[in-house]
Design a protein around this ligand. Structure first.
Ligand code: FAD
Length: 337
């Protein structure tokens, strides 16, 4: 049974590199160990907070209760109808999964190369990049229900995947712990239509094979996003908002901004709105906005989670005031203080 440690610093366990102390911390190496950990927390009446790679969270000074991290490893690849089923444990690195797929000549998740974090967290916000989202391939998400402690497998429709959202992040937040994810890869034709990606492939002078799409994506990400090992950050801090067609037309009358159809609405890049408001490169103390990408908030060294969050709220309020558009945070705020 895994050991519960007390007063554990999470500074190196979150990509914003902000100081945060977990009252208790424990790792589970598989689903049965997780059930024991959750059972013990319930017996002790201790709240549980899940943590993966810490790349999409804003930890505040203190997290009460027990922080639980899935440390399970393992991947399997087996033929299924029309393709290959890839099953990976929650604690695996997402990018390693993408590399393993590429190494086996399996097409699909190459547009999601270099997204940091774990496989277990990938369904939480239905990770996506450069025109593709995880939900496209999910055949099942293995979970432990924190209420009943029962294990089950949710199919894609039960996961209710949406843009940067799912049942795990909204309707049933905190109810399920993901222990494994199964993806069915069916030799997708490469997706290279995303304008920035198409330009990078053209620059590389390469046809869009899965390997070259991954290469182009990795180059773009390295150019645009700060490496969390050097500059603390949590990737995009806000989701791209959607507008009615009328509101989008009005906005376009005020500034040059692209729009992407999303059902009956139009999704617009939050980065453009933040940039127009003049926040790119802004810094207050050690909290700032990345100079090459207005959607990325950074910790220049000693910022706290609260300072990063306060800056995010100032940006959100400014965009709301100028454009009457509400921005929503993408990362999850953990703890208090
Ligand atoms: C530089 C950078 C670039 C990024 N680019 C992208 C991008 O292009 N697209 C994108 O979608 N995201 C992106 N992200 C965000 C992040 O990488 C993803 O959301 C990733 O899936 C988070 O994984 P994690 O293991 O770090 O999760 P964490 O940050 O540890 O947790 C995220 C949420 O999931 C919950 N959680 C974690 N593990 C489990 C589990 N096993 N079961 C249940 N709940 C769990 C946590 O409680 C928390 O609410 C980026 C982040 C960074 C730092």
């Amino acid at each position: 049974m895994s050991r519960v440690r007390r007063s554990v610093s999470l500074r190196l366990a979150n990509s914003l590199r902000v100081e945060s102390v977990a009252e208790e911390y424990v790792e589970a190496s598989d689903a049965s160990e997780l059930c024991a950990v959750l059972g013990r927390a319930r017996r002790d009446s201790v709240p549980v907070t899940l943590l993966g790679g810490g790349t999409n969270v804003v930890p505040l000074r203190r997290i009460d209760g027990r922080v639980v991290r899935m440390a399970s490893r393992g991947m399997s690849f087996r033929r299924c109808r029309g393709g290959v089923r890839v099953t990976a444990a929650a604690g695996e690195s997402w990018h390693r999964l993408v590399r393993e797929c590429l190494g086996r000549g399996l097409a699909g998740p190459e547009n999601l190369a270099l997204i940091p974090g774990t496989v277990g967290a990938a369904p939480i916000q239905n990770i996506g990049a450069y025109g593709r989202e995880l939900s496209r391939w999910v055949s099942g998400v293995s979970v432990v229900d924190t209420v009943s402690l029962e294990t089950s497998v949710l199919d894609a429709s039960a996961c209710a995947f949406r843009y940067r959202d799912s049942v795990f992040k909204s309707e049933e937040q905190g109810r399920y712990v993901v222990t494994a994810v199964a993806l069915d890869l069916r030799d997708d034709p490469p997706e290279s239509g995303y304008p920035e990606l198409a330009r990078e492939l053209a620059r590389l002078g390469r046809a869009p094979s899965p390997a070259w799409v991954a290469e182009a994506v990795i180059r773009l990400r390295r150019r645009k996003l700060p490496d969390p090992r050097q500059v603390g950050n949590a990737g995009s801090f806000f989701k791209n908002p959607t507008l009615t067609v009328d509101a989008f037309d009005r906005l376009r009358g005020r500034l040059d901004i692209p729009g992407f159809q999303d059902g009956a609405r139009v999704r617009v890049p939050a980065a453009r709105l933040i940039d127009v408001c003049g926040w790119k490169g802004y810094r207050t103390g050690d909290a700032g906005v990345w100079s090459r990408h207005a959607l990325v908030l950074v910790n220049h060294g000693g910022a706290s989670g609260r300072e990063i969050l306060d800056l995010a709220y100032r940006i959100r309020d400014d965009v709301a005031q100028r454009f009457d558009i509400e921005l929503h945070l993408e990362p999850t705020v953990l703890g208090r203080g």
